[in-house]
Design a binder for this molecule. Sequence first.
Ligand SMILES: Nc1nc2c(ncn2[C@@H]2O[C@H](COP(=O)(O)OP(=O)(O)OP(=O)(O)O)[C@@H](O)[C@H]2O)c(=O)[nH]1
Ligand SMILES: [Mg+2]
Length: 252
Amino acid sequence: MSSYCDHCSGAQQARLEQLGVGFEDIDHIICLAGNPNTGKSTVFNALTGLKQHTGNWPGKTIERAEGGFVYNDKHYKIVDLPGTYSLLSASPDEEVARDFILFGQPDVTVIVLDATRLERNLNLALQIFQITRRIVVAVNFLKEARSHNLNIDLRNLELDLGVPVVAIEARDGQGFAELLSAIAKVCGGDIVPNPKALKLNIPGLKGALNQVKQLLAQLYPQLEHKEWIALRLLAGDASVSAALARGDLENL
Ligand SMILES: Nc1nc2c(ncn2[C@@H]2O[C@H](COP(=O)(O)OP(=O)(O)OP(=O)(O)O)[C@@H](O)[C@H]2O)c(=O)[nH]1
Ligand SMILES: [Mg+2]
């Protein structure tokens, strides 16, 4: 497999214009996901400037921040998701992040990782891999990691994950040209990420999954992401079954 960073090294100089939301003709919607305190909002602020819109997520007291920017003549809307450790439990933050990645139809989900806590951060990343393939990983806090003698081999990480991986120093504004280039390439189909899925070698799981998927297809023909939802139902995920029963997942 070729390295996505080969593409990134030829990154065009970012021609970044910052716009508030509300402009027409958005070409792409992207979102920022990751554990708490990985630098998502720092990236968001750097890309959107001060022209951003904040409000609450519908029906929740969780802040929703979205903004816009133009990169290489394409208009992007970017949504800053709440930081979460997982997408699996019923906390409102996790519900917001999960539902947006599932149903907000982002063209790219940028997963911001903290290099000093890579293993814990990858837990969430692998959960996102189960939902969408359109992923760019941005590794932040690399300087801090180095100062703790943690040397992260980004090229191998990229090969292992199967998605573009870029290094950023969000607070210093470094790495954004490469990040924007990777986002644009995934949006435009020049890079097709191939996220490595967890192998589910559990006897009988495949058959059970197919049965639940068939049932879902009968009951909720419009429902997207049936495989992921079936998997969560089999895992006994109370929040997903409640959302399904309420019709929330179907209507999103
Ligand atoms: N040293 C260093 N600090 C950073 C960097 N990027 C962000 N920070 C700091 O890390 C802290 C958290 O950054 P945020 O951007 O708020 O993180 P977040 O991911 O939005 O956090 P939540 O919204 O709580 O999930 C802030 O104090 C930032 O200034 C970086 O590249 N280097
Ligand atoms: Mg934030």
